[in-house]
Design a protein around this ligand. Structure first.
Ligand code: FMN
Length: 134
C-alpha cells in the first residue's frame, strides 16, 4: 500500500465556533476511519492547518472533497510526500484549537497565517505533535 501524507493551510470563511467545528469533526471521524485516513487538524486565529495521512488514492479523493468545502479556502499545500509509516496511527482526526496549540506547540500559535513566508517552520511545528505524548 502506497502511504502518503498531505499537509495544507487554509483560511476559514467565517469565524469558527463549536457549531461549525462539531459537524466537521463528526464527518471526519467517520469518513477517515472508513478510508484508513489518520491525522491532525489545527484551528487558530482564522486559519486551519491539517495533516492527512493514508493510502494515496484515498488522500487525494478526501483532499478534493475538503478543498470543495465552502467553509474554508485552501491557501497552500505545504507538502505532499510518500511516507514509510504514519505519524498519527491512532488518530482518525485529532483536533487542536488555539488553547491546546498555545500549550503544546507555542511556536505554531498565531503563525498559520504566515504560510507564504514561514512554510517550513509551520510544517515542522505541525508535525511535532506526533512526537509529544498527550
Ligand atoms: C478545515 C477542514 C478540514 C476537514 N477535514 C475533513 C477530513 O479530514 N475528513 C472528512 O471527511 N471531512 C473533512 N472536512 C469536512 C468536509 O470538507 C465535508 O464538509 C464533509 O466531509 C461533508 O461532505 P459532504 O457534505 O459532501 O458529505 C473538513 C472540513 C474543513 C473545513
Amino acid at each position: 500500500m502506497d502511504l502518503i501524507d498531505l499537509t495544507y493551510v487554509s483560511k476559514a470563511s467565517y469565524e469558527v465556533d463549536a457549531l461549525i467545528l462539531l459537524p466537521i469533526l463528526k464527518d471526519s471521524l467517520r469518513w477517515n476511519y472508513d478510508h484508513q485516513i489518520t491525522g491532525v487538524l489545527y484551528y487558530d486565529n482564522g486559519y486551519f492547518g491539517q495533516i492527512l495521512e493514508g493510502p494515496e488514492k484515498q488522500i487525494i479523493e478526501t483532499f478534493e472533497k475538503i478543498s470543495r468545502d465552502p467553509k474554508h479556502s485552501v491557501k497552500r499545500i505545504l507538502e505532499k510526500r510518500k511516507i514509510e509509516k504514519r505519524m498519527f496511527p491512532n488518530w482518525s482526526m485529532q483536533f487542536f484549537g488555539a488553547d491546546e496549540i498555545l500549550k503544546m506547540i507555542p511556536i505554531l500559535h498565531g503563525s498559520l497565517s504566515t504560510y507564504d513566508t514561514q512554510s517550513t517552520q509551520i510544517l515542522d511545528a505541525m508535525r511535532t505533535i506526533g512526537k509529544i505524548t498527550i
